[in-house]
Design a protein around this ligand. Structure first.
Ligand code: ATP
Ligand code: MG
Length: 410
């Protein structure tokens, strides 16, 4: 039979890689809960238009990366490529507008048909947060602070840079758009086919192009900063002031735009130079127009999402699990006692490895391999006197212990 294989761009996550990914999610969840966020789990698939109408119809995700399929009932469904659109859909369909602000976090798989390479998968995991209903810069500051504290707790604060920019409000973006179109038209022939196309429909998307020919032109494009109206510029200054107050270091990057259409005002990324081309580990921004656009009323929003696998790759040290106690019966007569002792120790909260088979020597090798710090050795003679031997596997010392006192002794 032909050997079964996983689909290109997907990975089996187990062992050390899984432990790291779990630590990333647990660390992020703890920080989010300290900031008053609650976990939400939305479906892995949604009606296609939840994404196609709201992420931007000239974005890479919508034009070429979505996993769309028709289900047996003829509905067009899409495996979620990102978290925000589904959460806003849920915010609206569950009527969460009644109780603002709404602060949510999530973790789960996302799907994008991209060219697989290091740090770029077709199924990957994101952890993200969304704060809905706060229009003031305090939200931007806290949400960025939260991202920073999360990476600090992972020991990665030194490995990443906070990059930040402002896209301004709708008026500023309109003013900028005009300047940009004028500029891009002067370089029309040098643009990629995709970007020529975007120039008509959504010129801002050209700024986010990954094509070298576009990047060269974008280098000298007009800057957002010069098109911000007074309100937008003041908003951005408030955000930066807040970050200064909290001692969070950042770099204003006038070229930062982000890959989705719904962003306004603050956009930010946490980047590293340790992962080659896939250097963005976390990205986010304010999306004040999105909720209204999806039919949920005039509610502002801001959030971020991180790539759990990319962050895991930055964790150098393996994540240690608590060391177990090994239960080692000597001879068949001790098997039942071993089963019961393992059961009782586990109930008392210990991590216990049961060797399952083999003679004393084999079982002791297994115990060491499992990293056990103690072994409870159960011989049948000793057992009839109500005793077992507890051996400290680090020092080698051992003593006979009354079975009734075992848990206390350990
Ligand atoms: P990139 O510029 O690397 O394509 P993006 O802007 O498309 O990233 P976002 O949509 O902002 O990424 O997603 C947030 C985070 O999710 C990214 O910063 C990254 O860490 C992670 N991520 C995005 N796409 C992938 C992928 N295909 N495989 C693994 N992680 C990903
Ligand atoms: Mg991308």
């Amino acid at each position: 039979m032909e050997k079964l294989q996983n689909v290109r761009g997907t990975y089996d996550l187990y062992g050390a890689a899984k432990r790291k990914a779990k630590k990333v999610i647990e660390t992020a969840s703890k920080v989010a809960e300290k900031y008053g966020f609650e976990e939400i789990e939305t479906p892995v698939f949604e009606f296609t238009e939840v994404f196609s109408r709201n992420l931007g119809d000239t974005t890479d995700i919508v034009t070429k990366e979505m996993y769309c399929f028709e289900d047996r009932g003829g509905e067009s469904l899409t495996l979620r490529p990102e978290g925000t659109a589904g959460i806003v859909r849920s915010f609206i369909s569950e009527g969460m507008q009644q109780n603002l602000p709404v602060k949510l976090y999530y973790a789960g798989p996302m799907f994008r048909y991209e060219r697989p390479q290091k740090g770029r998968q077709r199924q990957f995991t994101q952890f993200g947060v969304e704060m809905l209903g706060v229009a003031t810069p305090q939200a931007d500051i806290e949400v960025i602070a939260m991202a920073y504290e999360f990476l600090e707790n992972l020991g990665l604060a030194g490995a990443v840079t906070v990059e930040i920019n402002s896209l301004g409000d709708a008026e500023s973006r309109k003013a900028y758009r005009e300047k940009l179109v004028d500029y891009l038209k002067q370089h029309y022939d040098e643009l990629s086919e995709d970007s020529k196309n975007r120039l008509e429909k959504n010129p801002l998307r050209v700024l986010d192009s990954k094509e070298d020919c576009d990047k060269k032109i974008v280098e000298n494009a007009p800057l957002y900063a010069d098109s911000l109206n007074e309100n937008s510029a003041a908003f951005f200054q408030e955000v930066l002031k807040g970050l200064d107050l909290l001692g969070i270091k950042y770099r204003v990057n006038n070229r930062l735009v982000r890959g989705l259409d719904y962003y306004a005002h603050t956009v930010f990324e946490l980047t590293t130079d340790k992962l080659g081309a896939q250097g963005t580990v976390l990205g986010g921004g304010r999306y004040d127009g999105l909720i209204a656009q999806m039919g949920g009323g005039d509610v502002p929003g801001i959030g971020w999402a991180c790539g759990v696998e990319r962050l895991s790759m930055l964790l150098e040290k393996d994540v240690d699990l608590p060391r177990p106690i090994a239960v080692v019966p000597v001879g068949d007569d001790a098997a039942d006692a071993a089963l019961k002792i393992a059961y009782d120790l586990r109930k008392a909260g210990f991590r216990v490895e049961h060797g399952y088979s083999g003679n004393l020597k084999k079982r002791m090798i297994k115990a060491n391999k499992a990293g056990a710090y103690k072994a409870v050795i159960i011989g049948s003679d000793e057992l009839s006197a109500g005793k077992v031997t507890v051996k400290d596997l680090d020092s080698g010392s051992q003593k006979s212990v009354n079975l009734d006192n075992l848990i206390k002794e350990i």
